[in-house]
Ligand binder design. Structure first.
Ligand code: PLP
Length: 306
C-alpha cells in the first residue's frame, strides 16, 4: 500500500550487512507504523459511515497524532482519552490539538470507563462512533504489517537478497504480530526480532501470540501448534519514555553517519538493542533488516546538543 524504501546502511558490525526499511518516510503525517495501521482503520470508518472516532494514548503518542490527522483530513470529529500522568507538552500533543481533537484526561485506572462513557454519550446524541484501540492494536493493525511483509518479500525477490533477521521496536506487539503472520503464511523461517520498548515477558509475548492466532483464524489459516515469538525485554533500560545516554549516543551516531533520525523511546532503543543483541550473541555474516517504525516528532522533542 505504501511500499516504503529499503536501503543499505554503512554499519560495520561482525561482518553483517544492514538494511533499513524507512516507514518513517511514508508520506503522511510524519510517517511511521501508525500511518499504515490507521489508514486501514479509516478505510473501514469511511466505508461504513462512522461519524466519530474515539481512541486513547499518552500525550507523546504517535498513534494519537496520526489518528487526529486522519480525522482532520476526513472532517470526522474525534475524542482522545489521555491518561493524566506525565502529560508533557510534546510535538505530538501540539499537533493533536492543532488537528482539533477533543482531549479527555483520565486517571490511568479509569481509561476504559472514560472510553465507554464517551461512546455511550455519542450514541445517545445520535452519532455512530468508531473506537480504535490504543496503538492501533487489533486485526487491521496486524494486517498493516502482513502487507508490509509482502513489500519486504518483493524487495528480496527483486534484489536477490534474503534477510536473515528483521529487527524493530515492539510496543503493543501489533507490528510484530503482522510480520510473524507474514512469515507463517509464506512459510518463511527467518528471525522476526521485536525489541520491547516497555512491556515485559511473559505478558509481551502472550499478547503477540494471541494477535497472531486471532489473525490467522480470522483469515481461515490453520494456527500452528507452536508459534515462535522473539520478543526481547532486555533492552528496556530505564523504562518507557525515559532517555538514556547510551541510546541518545546511538541516535546521534546514526544521524551523523546516515542522516537518519531515530527517537530515544522507540526506534533508537530498538536500534541500540539490536546492536547489543548481535554483539552478545556473536551473530555474524547475516543480512539484517531494521524497520524504522517512525516517531519523528519524538526525535525533535529529544534533540539535545552538548
Ligand atoms: C507505536 C510504535 C511502535 C510499536 O508498534 P506496535 O505495533 O505497538 O508494537 C514502534 N515504533 C514507533 C515509532 C511507534 O510509534
Amino acid at each position: 500500500m505504501f511500499d516504503s524504501i529499503i536501503c543499505e546502511l554503512q554499519l560495520h558490525l561482525n561482518e553483517n550487512k544492514f538494511y533499513i526499511k524507512r516507514d518513517d518516510l511514508i508520506p503522511f503525517s510524519f510517517g511511521g507504523n501508525k500511518v499504515r495501521k490507521t489508514k486501514l482503520y479509516f478505510d473501514e470508518i469511511i466505508n461504513n459511515d462512522y461519524d466519530y472516532v474515539i481512541t486513547y494514548g499518552t500525550s507523546s503518542s504517535n498513534h494519537v497524532r496520526v489518528v487526529a490527522n486522519f480525522c482532520a483530513i476526513n472532517k470526522i470529529a474525534c475524542i482522545i482519552v489521555m491518561p493524566n500522568i506525565g502529560i508533557s507538552i510534546s510535538s505530538n500533543l501540539l499537533l493533536t490539538k492543532m488537528f482539533g481533537c477533543t482531549i479527555v484526561e483520565s486517571d490511568v485506572s479509569n481509561v476504559k470507563e472514560e472510553i465507554n462513557k464517551s461512546i455511550l454519550m455519542l450514541k445517545q446524541r445520535g452519532y455512530n462512533p468508531y473506537f480504535i484501540e490504543g496503538g492501533g492494536h487489533g486485526l487491521l493493525g496486524t494486517k498493516a504489517y502482513v502487507l508490509a511483509y509482502q513489500e519486504i518479500l518483493s524487495f528480496e525477490t527483486k534484489n536477490k537478497i534474503y534477510f536473515d533477521y528483521i529487527f524493530f521496536a515492539s510496543g503493543t506487539g501489533t507490528t510484530q504480530a503482522g510480520l510473524i503472520v507474514g512469515s507463517i503464511i509464506n512459510n518463511d523461517h527467518r528471525m522476526i526480532m521485536g525489541i520491547s520498548i516497555a512491556r515485559r515477558n511473559p505478558a509481551g509475548t502472550d499478547i503477540i501470540k494471541e494477535s497472531v492466532s486471532d489473525y490467522l483464524s480470522h483469515i481461515g489459516f490453520s494456527v500452528p501448534s507452536s508459534i515462535n515469538i522473539n520478543f526481547f525485554d532486555d533492552y528496556i533500560v530505564d523504562g518507557y519514555l525515559t532517555t538514556n545516554p547510551k541510546i541518545l549516543d546511538e541516535v546521534k551516531k546514526l544521524l551523523i553517519q546516515e542522516g537518519i533520525p531515530l527517537d530515544p523511546f522507540y526506534t533508537g532503543k530498538a536500534f541500540w538493542g539490536m546492536k547489543e543483541f548481535l554483539i552478545s550473541n556473536s551473530i555474524k555474516n547475516k543480512n539484517i533488516l531494521f524497520i524504522h517504525t517512525g516517531g519523528t516528532p519524538l526525535f525533535f522533542d529529544n534533540l539535545k546538543c552538548e
